[in-house]
Design a protein around this ligand. Structure first.
Ligand code: 5GP
Ligand code: ZN
Length: 107
């Protein structure tokens, strides 16, 4: 998606503080952190919202990988407790329409 900020971050056209990346996803620090740790886990595949996920193996696997990546990053950073959050739709506060999982923690 040409006008998508997260696609531009994925293509490294916009800089970000990357904390993890692999063939399927990238994780970087939120530009406006809501807690001591605030990381966004973003799939390389552009999908507007959680509502647009397909009921197929590829999307099931992708969402599973996002959650496991968040868990692994939290483990590596020795975070005890954390929140994993998807904002879904404008009315729920979604600003960037490229799915992303927020990993938020103060410890
Ligand atoms: P949403 O409200 O869509 O679930 O969350 C979007 C998040 O992306 C927000 O927490 C916002 O601070 C973050 N964000 C927006 N633009 C940028 C950017 O250019 N770089 C980074 N690192 N984060 C961004
Ligand atoms: Zn995108």
């Amino acid at each position: 998606m040409d006008d998508c900020i997260f696609c531009k971050i994925l293509k490294k056209e916009i800089p970000s503080e990357i904390v993890y990346e692999d063939d399927d996803l990238i994780a970087f620090n939120d530009i406006s952190p809501k807690a001591k740790t605030h990381i966004l886990i973003v799939p390389r595949k552009h999908i507007d919202t959680i509502k647009d996920l397909k009921e197929d193996e590829a999307d099931e696997e992708l969402v599973g990988k996002m959650v496991l990546a968040a868990r692994n990053i939290a483990k590596e950073k020795n975070l005890d407790g954390y929140q994993l959050l998807f904002n879904v739709g404008r009315s729920a506060g979604q600003i960037i329409f490229h799915i992303h999982l927020h990993l938020i923690s103060n410890g």
